[in-house]
Design a protein around this ligand. Structure first.
Ligand code: PXG
Ligand code: PLP
Length: 449
């Protein structure tokens, strides 16, 4: 292909003007690495934005998709069906925690979030509890970009750009602060041992204020990924579950990042021993090879909605491409790969090395916090005076130049390696990150920012 012009494509979640002035273009990918337009190899420290656990270009997934496009390129699942969607839903239901065995398929995490919120509202109405319209999310949460997701999400930038959104929502506090009860607690390996009582405000503040009878559902990420890897204290999610059960509230886990292996279990619900009423997934389910997501729903919620005249849809909801044949083929193949290559065990085996490696950055200049869980870590830099986010962006660019793709929400550098990484690969990624951090420190020391 000749090099295309850059003007027409309005890039998502990207500083467009900056990118187009200094484009970082990748043209192919294999295993752990991208290849850039100028022929350099760049390690994918983000697993393709948390998607590519099994590595890029997996031949089994590619073959399954090629077979599928030659057999049935497209059929919607509205009123007709095709076997791939049923097979995928059945496989996912069998892998989910007990009681969660009905699966609604969509194309992204954002759609999964809006879908789950609509199911929660419909469930309440079906039970004669139509006053349950309030959702409880959490500060610093990301649930995608639909109106439902930005309402329950807790990102200040969304509110700045779009106002206070359409859905009624209130929010728990974030589970991470670099200080805890006034004392620094910035370098933590795995889950902080204390702090489960952060969950209590669901009962003491939010239910006390709004009344449980008005709340449709509580939605949280098991750990917040895209806002910088914010890890919950031991026992926090258990406590949320207990409070939801006591007050008859639905608990939704957004496992768009944690689902399908990032925590060394199929779902964080299993890694952490807490069963929600719905699980959202996307990303790793197809290894990123096709847009695919979904909502796993408890039998109770599903059955409550299976009512009304038999000739009418029980849920007025669905996307043209819900359960797209190619996406289902990719998903089924990915589930085989996770099993055949024992990827969950691989993540569990690699996680201790990953933890040691990222925490070795504690002495790098300007690092103020490091936290990790599963194969995810956040390394936070002190912000430049008066310019939060600038050092993060600068470190991200320097890391790319040193051969590592990373993400920088604010001033936190996020590392989320593919599950197939070796300890030596992790060391290479951490080494690139150190050099990027040193580059930013030298920049800060050399010139006023
Ligand atoms: N929920 C969670 C927890 C997510 O992390 C979404 C929903 C939305 O998924 P879609 O497929 O609609 O994008 C996400 C998405 C990052 C980053 O830099 C993370 C996401 C998206 C873009 C960037 O960490 N997560
Ligand atoms: N807009 C129009 C005019 C449509 O006809 C449709 C679907 O038929 C949509 C939006 C929704 O598209 P999707 O089902 O891909 O979300």
């Amino acid at each position: 292909m000749t090099s295309p012009g850059l003007d027409a494509f309005w890039m998502p979640f990207t500083p467009n003007r900056q990118f187009k002035a200094t484009p970082r273009m990748v043209v192919s990918a294999q295993g752990l690495s991208y290849r850039t337009a100028d022929g350099r190899e760049v390690l994918d420290g983000t697993s393709g934005l948390w998607c590519v656990g099994a590595g890029h270009g997996h031949p089994k997934i590619a073959e399954a998709m090629k077979r599928q496009i030659d057999t049935l390129d497209f059929a919607s699942n509205f009123q007709v069906g095709h076997p791939g969607a049923f097979a995928l839903a059945e496989r996912i239901a069998a892998l989910a925690p007990p009681g969660l065995d009905r699966v609604f398929l969509v194309n992204s995490g954002s759609e999964a979030c809006d879908t789950a919120m609509k199911i929660a509202l419909a469930h309440a109405r079906a039970r004669g509890e139509g006053q349950r319209t309030l959702f409880i999310g959490r500060e610093r949460a990301f649930h995608g970009v639909g109106f439902g997701g930005i309402s329950v999400g807790g990102m200040q930038n969304n509110r700045r750009a779009f106002g206070s959104t359409l859905m009624r929502a209130d929010h728990l506090q974030a589970t991470w602060d670099n200080r805890w009860n006034g004392t620094p607690r910035a370098f933590v390996r795995g889950q902080p041992p204390t702090g489960a009582e952060l969950a209590d405000e669901l009962e003491t503040r939010l239910i006390a204020l709004h009344d449980a009878g008005n709340i449709a559902a509580v939605i949280v990420e098991p750990f917040a990924g895209s806002t910088g890897v914010l890890v919950p204290p031991v026992g926090y999610l258990q406590r949320l579950r207990e409070i939801c059960t006591r007050h008859g509230l639905l608990l939704i886990f957004d496992e768009v990042i944690t689902g399908f292996g990032r925590m060394g279990a199929m779902f964080a619900a299993q890694a952490l021993g807490v069963v929600p009423d719905m699980i959202l997934f996307a990303k790793t389910v197809s290894n990123g090879a096709a847009p695919l997501g979904g909502v796993i729903v408890s039998r109770e919620i599903h059955d409550t909605l299976m009512h009304g005249p038999a000739h009418l849809s029980e849920l007025m909801h669905g996307y043209t491409c819900s359960g797209h044949p190619l996406a289902c083929a990719a998903g089924l193949a990915m589930l085989d790969v996770i099993e055949d290559e024992a990827l969950l065990a691989r993540v569990r085996d690699l996680a201790p090395h990953f933890e040691r490696a990222v925490h070795s950055l504690a002495d790098a200049p300007g690092v103020v916090s490091i936290r990790n869980i599963g194969l995810a870590a956040g390394v936070e830099l002190a912000p430049a005076p008066g310019a939060p986010g600038r050092r993060g962006a600068s470190a991200q660019a320097a890391a790319f130049d040193h051969g590592l793709l990373t993400r920088a929400p604010g001033d936190t550098l996020v590392l989320a390696p593919p599950f197939i990484s070796t300890p030596a690969d992790i060391d290479r990624m951490v080494d690139c990150l150190r050099r990027a951090i040193e580059h930013v420190a030298a920049e800060a020391a050399g010139a006023p920012e």
